[in-house]
Design a protein around this ligand. Sequence first.
Ligand SMILES: [Zn+2]
Length: 211
Amino acid sequence: MTVAVTLNGMTLPSWASHVEDKLAPMPLLLVQAFVDTVDQDLGTDIFADPDRARAWLADAGLRLPEPQNPGRPEPGFTDDLALAREARESIRALVGRNTGNEPLAPDDLAPLEKILGQAQPRLAVDADGLVRLGPTLPARALTDGLLGLLLIIRDAQADGSWDRLKLCSNPDCRWAFYDRSHSRRGAWCDMASCGNRVKNRNLRARRAQLS
Ligand SMILES: [Zn+2]
């Protein structure tokens, strides 16, 4: 696995190199990196390009790369990519509950129910009696990999770390970030880029109402 180095010197898995800041602990970082494969503020999306999407999903262990067949479309990948995009927004809606967003609508839940209906749980019990996701990543099928994300979420909900994974309060951004603040009241992926922008926008709106 290739690694990228963050500003504070921590090494990052290559599949999380686009997140850069306010990183969740492992393995919740994988959920954060998956949701943040689209940057709505910058208008960039790793899943917009099928080759890049395929490479990222394989690198993150969410889907095995298919045998290389240059020039030939990979059967099933279009469906996988559509499911990955849908699941990404469903999981964003899950994270949004930590920031007080609306409860999930049936449309939000449908992709997750599809995953739950199709995936093969890959659990392994090791010699120490620990039950792990396994035997080892990566997942064979995308649905198995996405089920792994749901199991990571379940564990994070059990240990309390889930509550700190939030969506940026800038409605044009909605970037998933991990709130390590003592007060747990962080609202922005980045104060400079989103916090001040929204505050200035609200200020302008209030002034416009007053004038
Ligand atoms: Zn933001």
